[in-house]
Write a protein that binds this ligand. Structure first.
Ligand code: GLU
Length: 285
């Protein structure tokens, strides 16, 4: 059981592939700092992507983390079992007039986008559907066309005063610093996707609050996404955890490990004779 002031950390993988050394680093980093600071590490399964998340990846994830010697309290939160929580949060944003329906395809966005790109290098949404009238929206919604819901970034930022990220580097025991969040550079981000009734940004913010997470430890690849997360926390009146983004594990070509590039999974390494101790040593734990 966690006490009132016990730090709560979480490791939150998405089961759309097998875990690799990058995941192992993040999990070991989180477990290590939770232990050092007298806290607890929760496990959360981020499986909102119904088409890509598979039961065998979930089973493998438990098995791999167990093999590494990690443990976590039960029950484990699986996002696919809590869509209602995310729909409720999207409902608040809709009531505040901050979400609008967007019917654009990727191709249409690419064709209409200007030169601006978001922190991940994708074109910033040109705002086409923000300009639709209420009547046009109603007709297109009634037609059953695939729809995603975007945040009106300018309006959202105008409503939020507390846009500060509290963070530590290189680890959660380092001095806390603050930086101004700049979510505007993401443009009108998608809050409810076409294929699932939420988005990564919305569900991560809702869950961190619902689970009382005090420390978010995750890779630098999510550093810029934190700007969106603190904005959503401000809009939904949720507490902001302390953030610590760790360096990424890279391959020989200095590239970030990834499932799509076929980086060796923990299962592959295990089949090659690696032991949990060797993984820990290789990753510095
Ligand atoms: N589920 C995300 C991932 O696997 C991590 C989310 C987070 O730590 O905020 O990349």
């Amino acid at each position: 059981m966690s006490g009132p002031s016990q730090p709560i950390f979480r490791f939150a993988p998405s089961p759309n592939g097998f875990l690799h050394l990058g995941h192992a680093y993040s999990a070991l980093f989180t477990a290590h700092w939770a232990r050092v600071l007298g806290g607890v590490m929760l496990l959360r399964i981020e499986d909102i992507d119904i088409a890509r998340c598979r039961p065998e990846f979930v089973a493998a994830l438990y098995d791999d983390l167990d093999w590494l010697g990690l443990s976590w309290p039960e029950p484990v939160r699986r996002q696919s079992e809590h869509f209602g929580d995310y729909e409720r949060a999207a409902g608040y944003l809709r009531q505040m007039g901050l979400l609008y329906p967007c019917f654009c395809s990727r191709t249409e966005i690419r064709a209409a986008a200007g030169d601006a790109s978001d922190p991940e290098g994708a074109p910033v949404y040109p705002g086409t559907c923000r300009a639709l009238t209420g009547a046009e929206r109603a007709v297109r919604l009634a037609s059953g066309a695939p729809v995603q819901w975007r945040l009106d970034m300018e309006a959202a930022m105008a409503q939020s005063s507390r846009l500060e990220i509290r963070e530590t580097h290189p680890d959660p025991a380092a001095p806390v610093t603050t930086r101004k969040a700049e979510p505007g550079r993401w443009g009108d981000v998608v809050i409810v996707r076409k294929d699932t009734p939420t988005s990564y940004h919305l569900s991560v913010v809702v869950d961190d609050a619902l689970q009382g997470v005090t420390h978010v430890t995750r890779g630098m690849d999510l550093y810029a996404a934190t700007d969106i997360h603190v904005l959503l926390q401000a809009l939904l009146d949720l507490p902001s955890p302390l953030y610590c983004h760790h360096d990424l594990v890279r391959d020989e070509a200095r590239e970030k490990l990834s499932k799509s590039k076929g980086s060796a999974s923990l299962r592959d390494l295990r089949a090659d004779g690696w032991t949990p101790a060797r993984v820990r040593t290789a990753l510095g734990f």
